[in-house]
Design a protein around this ligand. Sequence first.
Ligand code: ADP
Length: 282
Amino acid sequence: MSECTHDCSTCSSNCASREKPQSLQIPANELSEVKHVIGVVSGKGGVGKSLVTSMLAVLLQREGYKVGILDADITGPSIPKAFGLHNVEVYGDDNGMIPPSSKTGIDMMSVNLLLGNDETKPVIWRGAMIAGTVQQFWKDTIWNVDVLLVDCPPGTGDVPLTVFQSLPLDGVVIVSSPQDLVSMIVSKAANMANMMNVPVLGLVENMSYVKCPDCGKEIKVFGESHIEEVAEKFGYDLLARIPMDSKLSALVDRGMIELMENDYLDRAAAAVIEKLNLTPNA
Ligand code: ADP
C-alpha cells in the first residue's frame, strides 16, 4: 500500500500508516537529562498561562524538584521577567546552550534571554520560525531537570500544534479565564492532546474572581464561570481557580514571583506530582 500524505490521526480512512503514527518528536540534546515534560496551554494570549507556568515551577521547585522552564511563547515571552532575569549572558558552545538560572535555581530558556537587552523589541516572526526556535530551545539547550515546564504558544493553531508534536510531553495543563469560550477551547486543546496521545492533567481557571478587601465577597468580574461544568463534561480535574490578585501582578512586574505566598496552585502542583509519579532527585 502506498504511503499516505496527510495526518492520519485526523482522518477516518484506513491508511496503512494509521496504525503506526510517525513520531515528529525532535531528539533532546545529547547532554540533556529531562525526566518529565509538562506543557501549559491556553486558547488565547493574556489569560495568565505564563503566570501559571511560573507559579507551578516555583511550587515544584519548593517541593525539591529540579525545574526548568522552556518559554515557547515566542511572541509574548514573559518568563524571564517574572523571575527578574535581565541582561544575562547565555553561555554555550558546540555542545549546546546552558540555560540561565533564577535566584532559587529554576533553569530557563526564552527568546527574551537571547534578544540582548532590548526586551521591548517585538518578535514579529512567521509561524515556521517560531516553531523552529522552540525546537532549538529543546535540542540546543542542555537541560538537566526533573521537570521541564513548557509555556506553550497560545491557541490551538499551527504553531502550538507543531510544538506539541515536537516535544515529548508527558501531560498538559489547560489554562483559561472565565471570559473565554471555555468549552470550545477545552475541546480544541483536548483534541490536540488526544491526537498526540498526551494526557490532560487538568484545568486551571485564572482571573476567576476578585476578593473584596473589605467583606471578603468574591466578585465575578467576568460573570459566572462554566469551568466546573466543562471539567465534568470532559472528565478533567479542575486543579485551581485563581483570583485576580494585585499581589501576583506586582510580584511579576518586580521579577519576584519566587517570593509568592499563596495557596492558589498548591492542589495543582500536588496533582501534577501524583499524576506523573514524580520523584525528586534529592
Ligand atoms: P499569557 O501567558 O496567557 O499571555 P500572562 O501570564 O503573561 O498571560 O498574564 C498577562 C498579564 O496579566 C501579566 O501581566 C500577569 O502578571 C497578569 N495576570 C495574570 N493572571 C493574574 C492574576 N490572577 N492576578 C493578577 N494579575 C494577573
